[in-house]
Design a protein around this ligand. Structure first.
Ligand SMILES: [Zn+2]
Length: 296
């Protein structure tokens, strides 16, 4: 559903809000939602539920390394009922764009089932469903952008769990840590949607931190939910229920997610000091965002 044209210079050019595409396509108008900063390196044309989009990958050299305006650090615990919990004790609920549109979607799907498969009416109905799916995805995407922009602007260092490691160790059976109660939500489709949302969120945080001159540190998720953020004692018994954390050693009581977020932050600090601070020697290449411009 999408094509990326590299060697932009050779085959394409932008004239105002029009782009010249190769292979006899010619000039195509698009809605320019923001200025294109830097040299365009590639262009991606994509189609999503009947709409065409164009996005530009650009490159520019920075005179100076950006310096993050803030000096604070924050740990994030990603969850299911609460999308994220910060080490400061703030929580954010997932935007349930699906729930809000669930009734509508169910109705459309019921109507679809009554139509003759692959008939014109069936196709029309199917397009309506695709459109709604697209709308739902847009709401979720927009929400994630708002959250990540705000966190990235306010904190120079963000620590979160390394999802790749987390996915390997935290199976859907909830074997490793005491997150077993969430098994149902974590299995199957729900799990896939959540993972995608988390992955997208971490990805956004990563490039936004890079833009701001901040850091995103992915820490090993091991024991983050079983460790006492007060005395560092690790025990399965610390976690009596899904929500409550009570240390069997020092008696520290806390909300389990906040406790985990604090441990994630500590782990982030540990990684940072082990690496000798700052992202020395790391390439300065900036990641491009994934903003798509709608073709008019
Ligand atoms: Zn303790």
């Amino acid at each position: 559903d999408s094509i990326r044209l590299v060697q932009f210079d050779k085959y394409c050019r932008v004239e105002g809000n029009r782009i010249k595409l190769p292979n006899g396509i010619g000039l195509v108008k698009f809605r320019k939602s923001q200025d294109i900063i830097g040299v365009i390196k590639n262009v991606t044309i994509s189609k999503k539920s009947g709409h065409w989009y164009v996005s530009f990958g650009t490159e520019r050299e920075l005179a100076e390394k950006p310096v993050h305006p803030s000096k604070t650090a924050i740990g994030l615990d990603l969850g299911i009922t609460k999308l994220l919990t910060t080490s400061n004790g703030e929580t954010l609920k997932p935007k349930n764009s699906f729930k809000a549109n669930q009734v509508k979607l169910a109705k459309l799907q019921r109507q679809l089932s009554k139509k003759v498969t692959f008939s014109e009416n069936w196709k029309k109905q199917n397009r309506k469903i695709q459109k709604l799916h697209h709308h739902i995805a847009n709401i979720r995407h927009d929400y994630l952008h708002k959250i990540t922009t705000s966190i990235s602007k306010n904190h120079a260092m963000i620590a979160c769990e390394d999802l790749k490691v987390a996915n390997m160790s935290r199976s859907a059976s909830g074997s490793m840590e005491n997150k077993g109660r969430q098994v149902k939500a974590k299995s199957g489709l729900n799990r896939a949607i959540l993972d995608q949302g988390w992955g997208m969120m971490v990805n956004m945080l990563e490039y936004k931190q890079q833009w701001q001159g901040g850091l995103l540190i992915k820490v090993n998720p091991r024991y983050t939910s079983q460790t006492c953020s007060n005395c560092q004692h690790i025990a399965k018994e610390n976690r009596q229920t899904q929500a409550k954390f009570e240390c069997v050693k020092c008696g520290h009581k806390a909300n389990a997610d906040i406790n985990a977020a604090k441990n994630i932050l500590s782990a982030g600090h540990a990684v940072l000091s082990a690496e000798g601070g700052c992202n020395k020697g790391r390439p300065m290449k900036q990641k491009t965002s994934d903003i798509r411009e709608k073709v008019a």
